[in-house]
Structure formats: structure tokens, C-alpha cells
Design a protein. Structure first.
Length: 262
């Protein structure tokens, strides 16, 4: 079965404030410079791409995403120096074209970060910056339960044994070493825990349906996917208990690097 587009802008935006805070923290790390040329990899609806473009007063910003559903809404943000294009991050290549490569909660879908970050560095000008935010919560039950359910039948057979990869994101110190090796003279690597107070544990299911579970939705027939979600909900809530409100702790990596010195 050919994977389908499982992204839903409305579902993703249900937790808009919680998902936006890491973006704000990442953007705060970027050094402003006149006339910047920016690329945002995995721009989604491009609402936040527009925020990057305007905050930095960039000369030109390019937003790239592979989801047709996201792009339909993203194109409404285009104009005034902001362009939107369809593309896969895994195919992105540029030769010293950008002053800033920016990516918020997208690169964890792309394996091979040693090679990926080498390509991102190659896309930067000699004074270029890299700013990346990566979810790093793969040891939380919200993720481990999904992996466990994917190993159950009938899901294991329907998925042909495939599961969402949880080994893509490196450890913080590995990114620090990688950035140094790629020639960045200044860097900021931070693992941060975001504490989200949700009404109940079941809210975590809705959160994950808009992100992690899309990797299963793309590969499963609709009826089988709904059974997958029901089983996931059953196992997850048994593990999380019934504390209300529920504190959903979510670890994220914020990476910023500049080829210039401090």
C-alpha cells in the first residue's frame, strides 16, 4: 500500500499554544541580521514560517513541506518575500544559498542525521546559522505504547513488521560534536522538558494522533488504523492512570549554531 498523506492541520493545531512555545524558544536563539535569506524545512501551515519571516525582517523566506493538506493552508501565507514549495526534507540540497536554515519539529522524521546535517551546513553562507527543534520524547509511554501495539496482531502483519523509528534523534552531546565537526564556531544545544497540563490522560491520545500516529495512519487501511488507535488508547490509559489534570512532560532538543564566533 502506498503511504498516504495523514496530516491534519486542524488536528495538529488543537494544542496550538503548547506546540508553539518550543518554536518561540528556538526563534529567540537566532541572531538577527539585515537582508537574511531563510529556508524553513517542514513548514506545515506556514503560520510560524510567516512569524520567522517577519520577526527577522528577512529579505526572502522559503517554506518547504511534503504534505498536500498542510501546503493548501500554507500557500495562503505566501507573499511579501515568503514563498512556499512542495518538497521532501530528505531531498533538500543547496549550495551556500541561505543565511538561516530553520526547522521546527520536522527533522525527526528524516533518518541519517550525520548526513542530513552535513547537507544543511552546506546550504549555509559563510555567515550562516542553523536553528533546529527536535522532539526527544521517545521513551515516554505516549511513544513506547505505540511501538508495542505495532508489534501486536493484526497490526504487525498489516504493517509488514514496520514500526515508527525511535532511533533517529541523536543524544545532545552527539549533536554538539557534530556541529563542531561541521565548522560551527558557536553553538547552543539544549534538552528542555516542556510541562503541558492537559485536562485528562486521554488528551495525550489526541495529541499523538496529530503527530506520531500519522506514521501508522499512512500505512494502515482506515478500518485497521481505527482499531490500532482504540488498542493504543486502551494500553496507554492503563499505563498513565486517571490523574486529572494530567501533566504531559515532553522533552525537546533545541539546537542553534553559527559559523561565526561569539
Amino acid at each position: 500500500m502506498t503511504p498516504r498523506d495523514a496530516w491534519s492541520p486542524d488536528c495538529y493545531d488543537r494544542f496550538h499554544a503548547e506546540r508553539t512555545q518550543p518554536f518561540e524558544d528556538l526563534l529567540e536563539l537566532v541572531r538577527r541580521a539585515p537582508g537574511m535569506r531563510v529556508v524553513d524545512l517542514g513548514c506545515g501551515t506556514a503560520e510560524l514560517t510567516r512569524r520567522v519571516h517577519e520577526t527577522l525582517a528577512a529579505r526572502e523566506t522559503l517554506g518547504i513541506d511534503s504534505s498536500d493538506a498542510m501546503l493548501e493552508r500554507a500557500r495562503k501565507q505566501a507573499g511579501g518575500g515568503l514563498r512556499i514549495e512542495r518538497g521532501n526534507i530528505s531531498d533538500f540540497r543547496a549550495d551556500a544559498e541561505f543565511d538561516l536554515v530553520f526547522s521546527n519539529a520536522a527533522l525527526h522524521w528524516v533518518p541519517g542525521h550525520e548526513e542530513l546535517f552535513r547537507r544543511l551546513a552546506a546550504a549555509l553562507t559563510p555567515r550562516g546559522q542553523l536553528a533546529v527543534q527536535l522532539p526527544a520524547n521517545f521513551d515516554h509511554p505516549s511513544h513506547t505504547v505505540a511501538t508495542a501495539v505495532a508489534g501486536e496482531e493484526p497490526f504487525r502483519t498489516a504493517l509488514e513488521g514496520q514500526r515508527h523509528r525511535d532511533d533517529v534523534v541523536l543524544r545532545p552531546e552527539q549533536y554538539a560534536t557534530l556541529l563542531h565537526r561541521l565548522g560551527f564556531r558557536t553553538q547552543h544545544v539544549r534538552l528542555q522538558v516542556y510541562a503541558h497540563e492537559l485536562p485528562e490522560p486521554a488528551s495525550v491520545v489526541e495529541w499523538v494522533r496529530a503527530s506520531l500516529l500519522t506514521s501508522y495512519q499512512r500505512r494502515l487501511p482506515a478500518e485497521v488504523y481505527e482499531r490500532f488507535v482504540a488498542r493504543y488508547r486502551e494500553r496507554l490509559l492503563a499505563e498513565l492512570g486517571d490523574t486529572r489534570p494530567y501533566l504531559f512532560t515532553f522533552k525537546r532538543l533545541l539546537l542553534w549554531a553559527d559559523r561565526r564566533g561569539s
